[in-house]
Design a protein around this ligand. Structure first.
Ligand code: NDP
Length: 296
């Protein structure tokens, strides 16, 4: 079997063009552009590239973005002060703190200080709680990208066995929570899965992953999902991004798993582009919330 390659880049472009149309209509209606503030602390080269890509994506969608570039020596209090200002600034609709922060900064305190209304990454406890109760304000960007890809490729989740490998607050846990809901971003067929979550303490990982109709890897371990861990005909979603020399590779052994799976996402060109598209979606939603709230 040779798996169908699910083209995340193409789907992301489609979503971005839909968002650009909605942004145009929003600007005509409200007379302002949605605006994302990004905070970048330090000189991590990968973070600089990510933030730059987000800025470009905003601009192509007709949105504004403001980059706050701070030196690596910035401390927690400085960041909290900046967030207070940005939270109060009505011209800014979404706030993004690029991770990782330098280790001397209290990341939890900083993320908790982002106003839940502007929390376009959906990290705030209030937003996490709303997702878990099935009434999201924002959907976290990478898990939302995974669900959009499955929906737009016509791959239903309802009633199927989903196995998520990884339990981070950013990817694994919110994915589990979203797959479990009765309604997904693409309706009831884009949710209602039977979900298992694996992590580094899971025994016999391969036995568990082989149960999956849809296997989602978010481990940060290059090539860790091998062909013998995949049920023949399964759909395999690779969230992992790992650097090997100057190459980016996923958590899935792409060539070998392609011989077993029915469909698979590549790295790069799979979930990465969708993550940025869903950030734009959240920024637009944030601007809609803010301007509606102000009018009433
Ligand atoms: P974390 O390091 O925060 O979490 C990794 C998770 O994988 C943990 O829950 C860990 O378990 C689990 N894990 C690690 N090794 C194993 C193993 N051998 N067997 C089973 N479980 C294991 O990473 P993130 O969730 O932030 O990111 C995961 C990957 O996704 C990374 O490669 C990251 O770069 C990528 N990523 C990609 C994005 C995109 O846009 N495509 C966006 C965000 C992340 P435990 O909890 O027990 O430690």
């Amino acid at each position: 079997m040779s798996a169908k390659v699910l083209d995340g880049k193409r789907i992301a472009l489609q979503i971005r063009s839909e968002i650009a149309e909605r942004v145009l209509a929003f600007r005509e209606r409200k007379g302002v552009a949605p605006c994302l503030a990004a905070i970048l602390v330090g000189d991590d080269p990968a973070s600089q590239v990510y933030v730059r890509n987000k800025e470009i994506a905003c601009s192509k969608a007709g949105m504004d973005s403001k980059l706050f570039r701070l030196p690596a020596a910035t401390n927690t209090e400085d960041l909290l002060k900046l967030l207070e200002t940005l939270n109060a600034d009505t011209t800014i609709h979404g706030i993004l703190v690029q991770l990782p922060l330098p280790s001397h900064i209290d990341q939890r305190r900083v993320l908790d200080a982002v106003s839940p209304e502007k929390d376009v990454d959906a990290f705030a406890p209030e937003n996490v709680g709303l997702i878990s109760q099935g009434r999201p304000r924002y959907l976290p960007c990478t898990p939302h990208g995974v669900l959009q890809l499955l929906h737009r490729c016509g791959i239903p989740l309802s009633g199927v066995e989903v196995v998520v490998v990884g339990r981070s607050d950013i990817v694994g846990k919110p994915l589990v929570s979203m797959c479990l809901q009765k309604e997904g971003p693409g309706g009831a067929s884009n949710a209602n899965a039977t979900v298992t979550c694996c992590h580094s303490q899971t025994r016999n990982l391969g036995e568990v992953t082989r149960r999956a109709d849809v296997l989602i890897a978010a481990m940060g371990r290059a090539g860790a999902i091998t062909a013998d861990m995949v049920k023949p005909g399964a759909v395999v979603i690779d969230v992992g991004i790992n650097r090997e020399g100057d190459r980016l590779v996923g958590d899935v052994d792409f060539d070998a798993v392609s011989q077993v799976a029915s469909a698979i996402t590549p790295v790069p060109g799979g979930i990465g582009p969708l993550t940025i598209a869903m950030l734009l979606e959240n920024t637009l939603v944030a601007a809609e919330f803010a301007t509606n709230a102000r009018r009433s």
